[in-house]
Write a protein that binds this ligand. Structure first.
Ligand code: HAM
Length: 436
């Protein structure tokens, strides 16, 4: 081992998720998993590292992500690799590579860390986590609607409040190209009002200028030609049908003509679920249709649509409204006093676990006095303390003491202890069912 030195800190913008926080993550992930399964989506897991070329081609050379935010490096073979800044590109790459897409319908999802070298602030990190959902092979608005309905159901399942849906259509690539030219002409004519960022984007990515937050440019943007007026007929029809479906299902939304998204692969439908409760980083979930991407990445033409939600932002929002469930406490803590009680107690605990699947039982390890162990039992949040000392061991009994609420300590047989634990588990199950 090298010499002792100063302690090493995590990389800025990359967070440890500590044991107090993991129950919320697991609850959220479990809820999403169950819900997606209910809609027939299957999980796919891709590497976190891909060839840089994949992201350049899919996300677009002149996007913030590719220009400024990717963690790109050369590996030992001299290949340029990038830590994935998002999951869609890798999912499409994997789908093409394994023949999952051509002439098929696929409903896929993934979960995992993404990496962007952004300026860290609340809700914006350099390593963050997304749950992404991607659907392939379905060209119509039915699947766009399914994804939106599914996300709305997820908010209900999580008890999430205060998110609203923003919707737009970017039209076909051809209609967008024609519109792009109109927009460039308009912006050219007002060149003197453009800020530095917009001047840079004028020819590379003019639609993103509409997304500018610079207050001095708002009047110019306000008066710019609107994409909605330049949609092709088929995209218009697609959008109208999607809206009709959302109306029928009672989903509220707002058409936001400025919603253009920060990645280049979108066409037609784009949407974001946003909140005002997280400050500047208010988008918790975003996505849209990307019918051209599969072909662009070397596959056969395949319509596709998807979204990704930011887990950190979702959890921040849930925490802000106090909607996260508490971590489940142990049902019991086994206090073991004496040299023989310790190994005997560990074997007893295994018998209890065999008899009661789902039992959360903490066995005292690391020794300690009776008093010290009782303190640990109390701190663990357990409902019951089970006590095995030399006397109990000799008598073939256990002592049992409720740690929450009323109840005296008493001696019981192993079978009686099992019955007590079973009724605790049953009561918990009933509560869970009641809560649903
Ligand atoms: P995106 O809008 O770049 O889209 O990211 C989706 C979500 O990830 C955002 O709405 C946000 O909640 C979260 N997110 C993004 N960057 C950060 C960050 N630095 N820190 C914390 N959370 C962040 C995509 O990534 C597309 N792949 C979505 C998609 C899937 N479109 C079609 N399929």
């Amino acid at each position: 081992m090298a010499k002792k030195g100063k302690s090493i800190q995590a990389i800025r913008g990359m967070n440890d998720i500590l044991p107090e926080q993991t129950p919320v993550w697991q609850w959220l992930e479990g809820t999403v998993r169950e819900l997606l399964q209910g809609y027939g989506y299957r999980e796919i897991r891709m590497p976190v590292l891909e060839k840089t070329e994949l992201f350049k081609r899919s996300i677009g050379e002149v996007t913030d992500i590719v220009e400024k935010e990717m963690y790109t490096f050369e590996d030992r073979n001299g290949d340029s690799l990038t830590l994935r800044p998002e999951g869609t590109a890798g999912c499409v790459r994997a789908g093409i590579e394994h023949g999952l897409l051509y002439n098929q319908i696929q409903r896929l999802w993934y979960l995992g860390p993404m990496f962007r070298h952004e300026r860290p602030q609340k809700g914006r990190y350099r390593q963050f986590h997304q749950i992404g959902v991607e659907a392939f092979g379905m060209p119509g608005p039915d699947i766009d609607a399914e994804l939106i309905l599914l996300s709305a159901r997820l908010w209900r399942a999580l008890g999430l409040e205060g998110v609203r849906l923003e919707l737009n259509s970017l039209g076909s690539p051809e209609a967008r190209a024609a519109y792009r030219q109109r927009l460039v002409d308009y912006l050219q004519a007002h060149r003197e009002q453009l800020d530095e960022d917009s001047l840079r984007r004028l020819h590379s990515n003019p639609l993103r200028i509409l997304d500018s937050k610079n207050p001095e440019m708002q009047a110019l943007i306000e008066a710019a030609p609107q994409l909605a007026e330049h949609l092709d007929a088929a995209s218009q029809e697609h959008f109208e049908q999607l809206r009709a479906r959302l109306d029928m299902a009672g989903i509220d939304y707002r058409i936001n003509p400025r919603l253009v998204r920060g990645l280049d692969y979108y066409s037609r439908t784009v949407f974001e679920w946003v909140t005002d409760r997280l400050g500047a980083q208010g988008t918790v979930c975003a996505g849209g249709r990307y019918d051209g991407l599969v072909e662009y990445l070397g596959g056969r033409p395949t319509p596709a649509v998807g979204f990704a939600l930011g887990i950190e932002r979702l959890i921040a929002l849930l925490e802000a409204q106090g909607a996260t469930p508490p971590a489940p406490a142990p049902h019991a803590y086994l206090v073991l006093v004496g040299d023989q009680a310790q190994p005997a107690g560990q074997v007893l605990a295994e018998r209890l676990r065999d008899a009661l699947p789902g039992l959360r039982l903490l066995v005292n390890c690391g020794g300690g006095s009776f008093k010290g162990q009782f303190k640990r039992a109390d701190r663990s949040g357990a409902a019951l303390a089970l006590i095995l000392g030399e006397d109990e061991l000799a008598a073939g009994l256990l002592a049992i003491k409720p740690l929450r609420g009323e109840g005296e300590q008493c001696h019981v047989t192993e079978q009686e202890a099992l019955d007590r634990l079973r009724s605790l588990l049953d009561a918990e199950q009933q509560n869970l069912l009641g809560a649903r």
